[in-house]
Design a protein around this ligand. Structure first.
Ligand code: SF4
Length: 245
């Protein structure tokens, strides 16, 4: 990294830029570079829910294969997920890994949806967001990221989804909260951005795109649209040597 480049770089927090302006600046940069992401890649809300469960600890490409298998077997409905034997669902979702545990999670969700909401996602999503979130978090195999993905991308309600990419990128840029908790990261976004479902939808998708494109474990900062405002970019050469998160 040349001195000339380092001089031009003005990390956001070094400039004491308020967090709300910093987050909007990042969003605009990412949108300008990558364009709308059209998330979630699913045809209907139950497919979003199944995808949110199946994507735990696996790449999205594997989820697509599992969803395609469920669809072609006519298994992507609450009734079918309850009726089919666990082993059969596990075989259908085999491509996404942890298939026995994930089959149990799908069946648990379908059983709960039938018992309490008569299989109506419309009724499930009609309540307020906090109540919905508490209910989802009480289900087997549903943690904060999965619950929030369902709330944002299936129910269309404004919550910010925090994943590993979000933590990595905000940390490297210099915006990480004091606590490493899911809630602290979520508060960073939700307390400094308008409560806007479309904004949260697009922002999360763009962060995932950035994380997969250039802000990888070994980042490619020279190709990054945030390179001139990121704390970490100045250390990238050293980071290459020591191994990165
Ligand atoms: S790729 Fe580099 S410049 Fe871009 S956000 Fe990640 S660490 Fe910062």
């Amino acid at each position: 990294m040349t001195e000339r480049l380092l001089e031009r770089r003005q990390p956001l927090m070094d400039n004491h830029l308020p967090r709300d302006r910093a987050l909007i600046t990042i969003y605009r940069r990412l949108l300008a570079r990558y364009g709308p992401q059209h998330w979630w890649p699913a045809e209907e809300p139950l497919e979003v829910i199944a995808g949110a469960i199946l994507t735990q600890a696996t790449a999205w490409g594997n989820v697509e294969k599992a969803i395609a298998n469920l669809k072609s077997a006519g298994a992507l409905s609450p009734e079918a997920l309850r009726r089919l034997p666990l082993a059969e669902i596990a075989a259908l979702i085999y491509p996404c890994g942890y298939y026995n545990a994930k089959a149990l999670k799908l069946k648990a969700f379908a059983r709960w949806l039938g018992e309490y909401y008569d299989d109506s996602l419309g009724r499930l999503f009609a309540g307020d967001t906090d109540h919905l979130r508490r209910q989802l978090l009480s289900l087997y195999g549903v943690g904060p990221e999965t619950a929030d993905s369902i709330i944002l991308y299936a129910a269309g309600k404004p919550v910010f989804v925090i994943d590993a990419y979000t933590r990595r990128i905000t940390g490297r840029i210099g915006l990480a909260p004091d606590s490493n908790s899911y809630t602290a990261y979520q508060d960073l976004f939700m307390e400094n951005l308008p409560l806007d479902e479309r904004l949260f939808n697009e922002y999360h998708a763009l962060l995932v795109h950035l994380g997969q494109d250039v802000c990888r474990r070994r980042p490619r900062c020279r190709e990054c649209p945030l390179g001139d405002i990121c704390h970490f970019a100045g250390d990238v050469d050293a980071g290459d040597k020591v191994g990165l998160r």
